[in-house]
Design a protein around this ligand. Structure first.
Ligand SMILES: Nc1ncnc2c1ncn2[C@@H]1O[C@H](COP(=O)(O)OP(=O)(O)OP(=O)(O)O)[C@@H](O)[C@H]1O
Ligand code: SF4
Ligand SMILES: [Mg+2]
Length: 348
């Protein structure tokens, strides 16, 4: 179920690795209605290994229920893994021990529920700093407010006096003020309209250039993920099925699910590029409780073959920084079925 072949990027002891996830598993046991019921569990995250260096962004994409947020909660130490190890920060602290230490911070989808309604903007941001003197708290709060593009007069306002975009900027200010090495962004722009999304994504990229903070950017919106990420992991039923440099998403994808996901994105290729055929997947994803034998994508795969249903593919390295879990990588492309002619993408 788990494999080591995903660890193809940086060795964990390199100084700038700020996230090292190895064979992470998170299963949730389901309650039995009677003692005769078999023990069953949801395989929310099922053998994920990823690494991330400072100053880089790892995007995680996939449809609802594939395990993105569960992986995010493991990374931030909000939950402990059923198996596997997760280390964060350049000193490689286990995620559970790093929780609340300031090494890793998180921004979630709903800023209104993330902010204490009784605290002003300044109080909220200042509270996220550890033990520091009053003057330093004031100074760093001012800096964080300016960094996220809020005007100083908003500092005395309460969350209900702010727009959704301003509230999310406050959440980002809270996340950056203590200078974490890693920030998890789980659907952080999903509730904002398109122009606000663009502003916040620009802001995140600018902050990263200035501070070197690494991001794990989770979204079901592949377009947003591609915009901010250096490398993107596509998840399906608790596993990574493809991980590739963001550039590979134009033509170099190899896994049928990743190709289908990409084909539903509005067309943004250069003029003259081949048309993209929208690949509509038939059927619902199988349940994360009763997993199919063999390849988990087989029940919906347009190019499935008999042996796919019997033998589960491993995640293997197709090119530097490009991993795929499929017996027929590249056989389904954005222009239809047939061998990919695009060659292999550049390193992450
Ligand atoms: N506490 C829990 N107890 C039982 N099952 C859970 C729990 N949390 C998550 N799950 C299940 O684990 C699977 C993965 O859920 P998760 O929230 O990680 O998905 P997601 O990819 O973030 O989905 P979405 O895009 O809808 O946010 C789902 O089948 C979900 O129902
Ligand atoms: S292994 Fe077979 S069923 Fe699975 S994604 Fe690849 S071609 Fe499709
Ligand atoms: Mg989620």
């Amino acid at each position: 179920m788990t494999d080591d072949r995903t660890l193809v990027t940086t060795p964990a002891d390199e100084p700038d690795v700020v996230l090292d996830v190895r064979d992470a598993v998170r299963h949730y046991a389901l309650r039995r209605r009677s003692l005769r019921d078999p023990r069953r569990s949801v395989h929310a995250v099922d053998g994920v290994s990823v690494q991330l260096r400072s100053g880089r962004t790892l995007g995680i994409v996939g449809e609802s229920g594939c395990g993105k947020s569960t992986l995010g909660r493991l990374i931030t130490g909000l939950e402990t893994p059923t198996a596997g190890t997760i280390r964060v920060g350049t000193n490689g602290t286990p995620a559970a021990a790093a929780f609340g230490s300031g090494t890793v911070q998180a921004v979630f989808q709903d800023p209104a529920s993330a902010l204490d309604p009784r605290m002003t903007v300044r109080e909220s941001i200042g509270e996220a700093l550890g033990k520091v003197g009053r003057d330093e708290r004031e100074r760093r709060t001012d800096e964080a407010i300016a960094a996220v593009g809020l005007t100083p007069d908003l500092g005395s306002r309460y969350p209900h006096e702010l727009s959704g975009g301003q509230q999310q900027r406050v959440c980002i200010a809270r996340a950056i003020v203590d200078e974490p090495e890693l920030i998890l962004l789980d659907e952080a722009v999903s509730s904002l309209d398109a122009s606000l999304q663009a502003q916040i994504l620009d802001l995140l990229q600018r902050l990263q250039r200035n501070t070197g903070t690494a991001y794990v950017f989770i979204s079901h919106d592949l377009r947003a993920v591609r915009q901010v990420s250096h490398s993107v992991a596509v998840m399906y039923l608790g596993q990574v099925v493809e991980q590739a440099p963001a550039e590979a998403f134009d033509r170099g994808l190899l896994h049928p699910y990743a190709v289908a996901l990409r084909s539903t994105e509005p067309r943004i290729l250069d003029d003259g590029a081949e048309p993209i055929e929208r690949i509509v997947l038939r059927g619902e994803p199988p349940s994360a409780v009763a997993l199919p034998p063999g390849c988990r994508f087989a029940p919906r795969c347009p190019i499935v073959e008999d042996h796919c249903r019997r033998i589960a593919p491993d995640l293997v390295e197709a090119a530097s920084g490009h991993l795929v879990r499929c017996h027929k990588p590249g056989d389904l492309t954005l222009s239809g079925i047939g061998r990919a002619g695009a060659g292999t993408p550049a390193e992450a």
